[in-house]
Design a protein around this ligand. Structure first.
Ligand code: C5P
Length: 219
């Protein structure tokens, strides 16, 4: 472990998409690459933290020097996060699927001539950030992310209160910003009583600044 202000601290980071099974060979997913969570885990590691990195099936490989816990579905992710507690801080960058398939099949669904087409039914997934924010073993600092396309600050402030977390890192992902899938990010750090507008920066630099803010809060 690196020397640094986070030495001796345990920090949990969720990252990537989740996969929600339809049957043993098919799933529903989203386009999250895991870039932001991976950069953040690396930045926290560089400040000396022991990092538990709970990741869905992301295209970005996990960083070296962190404990990687691989999961598939939202429910798996919640179980892995709870199993990794206690932690000094938890940062939720994962793009968790809002819904899972309620009528997932135990065997591969077969295409059969003349048979009706399958109909998928959905059930709501647990909200991991909200669950951990109200958990008996709640980490001292809980941080969520919010991707919005309008009224970014107002929506993120409401989300912070609703989820019960300490901070929300909010960004505008309107197509014109080029932020979604791009190399840069422009975020607002929203706390209970403040809003900080950060400049547009490379995503790795946003991660480094956020790690420094977390270190300042924990020490
Ligand atoms: O409600 P929304 O999906 O916009 O909230 C985003 C934040 O909540 C992110 O930090 C995300 O990781 C977290 N989240 C979660 N579990 C869910 C949905 C979102 O932890 N089921």
């Amino acid at each position: 472990l690196a020397e640094g202000p986070l030495k001796g601290r345990h920090i949990l980071v969720t990252s990537g998409p989740t996969h929600e099974p339809i049957d043993p060979v098919r799933y529903i997913a989203n386009r999250s690459s895991g870039q932001q969570g991976t950069a953040l885990a690396a930045a926290l590691r560089d400040l000396g933290a022991r990092v538990s990195f709970v990741t869905g099936p992301a295209t970005t490989p996990p960083p070296p020097g962190v404990a990687v816990i691989r999961v598939e579905s939202a429910r798996d992710m919640l179980a892995a996060v709870e199993a990794a507690l206690p932690a000094d801080a938890a940062i939720f960058t994962a793009a968790v699927a809002d819904w899972r398939v309620a009528n997932a099949a135990g065997q591969k669904m077969k295409k059969q001539a003349g048979k009706p087409l399958p109909v998928l039914e959905f059930a709501e997934n647990p909200d991991i950030l909200a669950t951990i924010s109200r958990h008996a073993q709640r980490p001292g600092l809980v941080v969520g992310f919010a991707a919005e396309t309008e009224n970014v600050i107002e929506h993120a402030q409401a989300k912070r209160a609703r989820k019960g977390c300490d901070w929300i890192v909010a960004n505008d992902v309107s197509p014109a910003t080029g932020i979604m899938g791009g190399a840069e990010n422009a975020v607002h750090l929203i706390t209970e009583d403040s809003v900080e507008d950060w400049p547009r920066l490379p995503k790795a630099e946003v991660a480094r600044r956020l790690a420094q803010r977390i270190a300042k809060d924990l020490t």
